[in-house]
Design a binder for this molecule. Structure first.
Ligand code: PEP
Ligand code: MG
Length: 756
């Protein structure tokens, strides 16, 4: 550091004390900013200090300056992304430069007279992850700014955030976070359907934002103590959530919460908050300061898995804030409430009594998040990615959540209310119909038995098997146990888990799928190697064969768990027959090993292969000669067949499953399997949609596996279907030049009064 330049040295604390004085003065917000720029310039020995405020139209307007020409105030405006200030607005990251004019983003504004200044330090003013403004210091000479100076400026930025969000500088309508339109008019938003079902109820905000009133510490050691006590309390709360025996999800949330607990003990997080207190902030302001950084990182993070992890951290910060300011842990719910949140962690959802939640709306979230798995298991309708909903909702508003279409209605008018009241009544009626046939087999009118299985993966899915009257578990996604654990499940844990699944299924068959990792399924504890196209990368069976020890370990657990019973195993993402043969050879090695050791083994082992990659669809004859059964994974098969990312809503919904092309491919698979006498089933999401399931039956599928909630609707349809008539109707249909056969199949269903 340059010895002529006393840095924020006596430092942040003096600065904060002076700031407190400025904040306490009975002056206008504009005057406060003017005083603040003077104070910072003096404290940091900077020739320039300027504050830019974000206004409507994504403009950053110079609101106060010490050092630049006064005439530029309220004149100079930079759009987000323009110049160095705009760059900070865009990235929400600080920028430190020794020679600003040589930076490619530098733009010169003559009205400011900033030509002589070389060094530049700018930080975003953040609130709730949004950029409200930018704070900048500049020096004439080329110099380096120290880490402590950056820290000090970030702390000041927090205080500026309060001034900017107060509505005293610009109208609140213009600020990004508080532009809440408390309108009484209806508002409709289309998000993404995360969990099926429809709900109508009163809006409850998951976490009304905590207002941190005291930002500046009076007594730093006391604040450190408060922080440490708060952290201890937080950890205790999570421990007790983990050990709570009477959780409505018996056992499984524990795994989900384990990952969450890790963050509560994260020493890096605690250290960053302690540092913020040492710089002069109160404990709650320090939590918020670190949370702001996390949120800004979260908004830039594109990897959905890492976003989820950052969200866990954000959730913990909220809890800690509530503890520190003595706010209740979560909102009060009344029966049928619709919970609204920016995002929710699984633990947060489980904090509430699920019986009281009618539905959930998230502004963010992702369809594969853990909270969605939990919501589905609890049968709570959920819509996610409903952009802007929080800005339009008032606590207590009537809300409709449509977990089928992804629509959210706030303050619906009489027409929408009437429509959904009828929908809810009809759902209730349908549920009664499904319950009535729960113990009846799914047999078509012309006597064809169709086996309807469920897809499962967590302990919380198991009771559904009997509740919905399924014939078995057609797909058990074993990677879910691995994904919700914070460490790799040991052999004993794996074995116990698989044995528990077999016990729960009683006599009904279970098909376990070996680990389908890679792609978007990443382990919290695994090494992540970046791939440009993870869906086409080293995933599932490829990963398993390249590192066979994990697969062998899992096979051992399966074999031990199925002692004396039937074991059905299948391999995911097989692209060529030799991969299947290799995997089977590993299983034989494990079997041989257990026999040699005199360990108990299953009474029978059946080995199946998934067809999820189009190449294998053209080797059905060879694969059927090797496999005991075939299961078509239509989710992946569709994505590779149409080259359309299944996780990208922009393309995934574009191609119709009922297109002649994919139906022709499936017919080919069924025919080849039938010719070889090898059982074939289909276990993608489409199997759970009555019209699509009907088409599959028409093609010759006699076993389908689907989400538990779909068993009732599909069984009802199957029991009213005359399969012979459908087959006759479909014979020539596949040759049709139509883009989709959906309209024709729907007509058939309507004509025969099939509930689809
Ligand atoms: C599939 O791809 O259809 C399938 C059932 O597997 P997953 O959805 O787990 O990839
Ligand atoms: Mg798949």
């Amino acid at each position: 550091m340059n010895s002529n330049l006393p840095h924020a040295g006596a430092g942040p604390r003096v600065l904060l004390r002076r700031l407190r004085e400025i904040m306490a003065q009975p002056i206008s917000a504009q005057q406060r900013l003017d005083n603040i720029v003077e104070l910072i310039a003096a404290n940091m020995v900077a020739e320039v200090c300027s504050i830019y405020v974000r206004r409507a139209g994504d403009q950053l307007e110079l609101f106060a300056t010490m050092g630049l020409k006064r005439g530029a105030v309220h004149e100079t405006r930079l759009v987000i992304g323009e110049g160095l200030v705009g760059e900070i607005g865009l990235t929400a990251e600080p920028l430190t430069l020794t020679d600003a004019p040589s930076h490619p983003k530098f733009v010169y504004r003559s009205e400011t007279g900033e030509d002589p200044y070389h060094s530049f330090l700018g930080v975003p003013v953040l609130k709730g992850g949004h950029v409200l403004g930018v704070l900048v210091v500049q020096n004439r000479m080329k110099r380096h700014y120290e880490e402590e100076e950056l820290e000090a400026l970030q702390t000041v930025a927090m205080i500026l955030a309060e001034i900017m969000a107060s509505g005293h500088l610009i109208h609140l309508d213009e600020t990004v976070i508080d532009a809440q339109i408390f309108s009484m008019r209806p508002f409709r938003q289309k998000g993404i359907a995360f969990a099926e079902g429809v709900a109508m109820g009163k809006a409850v905000m998951h976490a009304s934002p905590i207002k941190v009133a005291n930002l500046i510490a009076e007594d730093i050691p006391a604040e450190l103590e408060r922080l440490s006590t708060g952290l201890t309390q937080l950890r205790k709360a999570i421990e007790s959530m983990l050990s709570s025996a009477d959780s409505s999800l018996s056992g499984e949330p524990r795994d989900v919460l384990e990952a969450y607990r890790m963050f509560a003990y994260d020493s890096g997080w605690a250290r960053r908050m302690e540092e913020a207190v040492r710089s002069g902030l109160t404990a709650e302001a320090a939590v918020e300061r670190v949370q702001n950084d996390t949120r800004a990182r979260m908004s830039r993070q594109r990897d959905p898995y890492l976003r989820e992890r950052l969200h866990d951290l954000d959730d913990l910060a909220n809890r800690l804030l509530r503890i520190l300011v003595g706010a209740p842990a979560h909102a009060e719910l009344s029966q049928g409430a619709v919970l609204l949140a920016r995002n929710l962690g699984p633990a947060e959802l489980l904090d509430y009594d699920p019986a009281l939640i009618g539905g959930v709306v998230l502004e963010e979230g992702s369809p594969n998040a853990h909270v969605v798995i939990v919501a589905k298991a609890l049968e709570i309708p959920m819509v996610g990615m409903a952009d802007g909903v929080l800005a339009h909702v008032n606590q207590g508003d009537r809300v409709v959540v449509d977990g089928s279409s992804g629509e959210v209605h706030l303050r619906p008018d009489a027409e929408v209310t009437g429509y959904y009241t009828a929908q809810i009544a009809s759902h209730r009626h349908q549920r009664a119909e499904f319950a009535a046939i729960k113990d009846e087999p799914s047999i078509t009118l012309d006597g064809q038995r169709i086996l309807l299985n469920v897809n499962a993966g967590l302990v919380m899915d198991l009771p559904h098997l009997h509740e919905v009257g399924a014939d078995g578990i057609g797909l058990f996604r074993t990677e879910l146990q691995f994904m919700v654990s914070s460490t790799m499940p040991r052999l004993a844990a794996q074995k116990a888990f698989y044995a528990q699944v077999l016990e729960a299924a009683q006599e009904r068959p279970v098909v376990f799928r070996t680990l389908d990792l890679g792609g978007d399924k990443i382990l919290p504890y695994g090494k992540i190697r970046r791939e440009d196209n993870p869906a086409l990368g080293l995933r599932a069976i490829r990963l398993a064969l390249s590192r066979p020890s994990l697969l062998r370990y899992q096979m051992r657990a399966f074999l031990l768990a199925a002692e004396g019973r039937q074991l059905n195993l299948m391999f995911p993402m097989v692209a060529e027959v030799s991969e299947f043969v290799q995997a089977k050879a590993l299983l034989n090695l494990e079997m041989g090993r257990l026999k040699r050791l005199g360990q108990p083994i299953p009474a029978q082992v059946r080995v199946g292969c998934m067809i999820e990659v189009p190449s294998l669809a053209w080797s059905v004859k060879s694969i059927a000669a090797e496999a005991d059964f075939i299961s078509v994974g239509s989710n992946d098969l569709m994505q590779f067949f149409f080259a359309a990312d299944r996780g990208n809503p922009q393309v995934s919904a574009h191609y119709d499953f009922l297109s002649p092309a994919i139906l022709a491919l499936l017919r080919h698979i069924v025919r080849e399997c039938d010719a070889q006498g090898v059982p074939v089933s289909l276990c993608g999401e489409v199997a759970g949609r009555p019209l699509d399931a009907m088409a599959l039956m028409g093609l010759g599928f006699r076993t389908l596996s689907m989400p538990p909630a779909s068993i009732g609707p599909v069984k009802l349809m199957a029991r009213r279907l005359h399969l012979g008539k459908l087959q006759a109707f479909m014979t020539d249909l596949i040759e049709s030049p139509n883009r989709s056969l959906r309209p024709l199949l729907r007509k058939f269903a309507e004509k025969h009064r099939l509930p689809v």
